[in-house]
Design a binder for this molecule. Structure first.
Ligand code: SF4
Length: 78
């Protein structure tokens, strides 16, 4: 799956939502998150993000590891 991280907070540009073929990106509190159950790893969202908040889970910078849990928590909440 792909993970949305800190740069998205209070930005929520939503360009990623427009390109996601399976509509698995959702608004959640102050940011957007990707539902890992639905994401098909197509990678379309990553280059669309103007603040570079989206990474493949295995390439997520260490400092943003806490965001894995936040994305996986959707829709229950972190
Ligand atoms: Fe949607 Fe593809 Fe991004 Fe997964 S990688 S969130 S399926 S656009």
């Amino acid at each position: 799956t792909y993970i949305i991280s800190e740069p998205c907070i209070d930005i929520k540009d939503k360009s990623c939502i427009d390109v996601c073929p399976v509509d698995c990106i959702h608004e959640f509190d102050r940011m957007l998150v990707i539902d890992p159950e639905e994401c098909i790893d197509c990678g379309a969202c990553e280059p669309e993000c103007p603040v570079e908040a989206i990474f493949p889970e295995d390439a997520l910078p260490d400092k943003w590891q806490p965001f894995v849990k936040i994305n996986y928590a959707f829709p229950e909440g972190a």
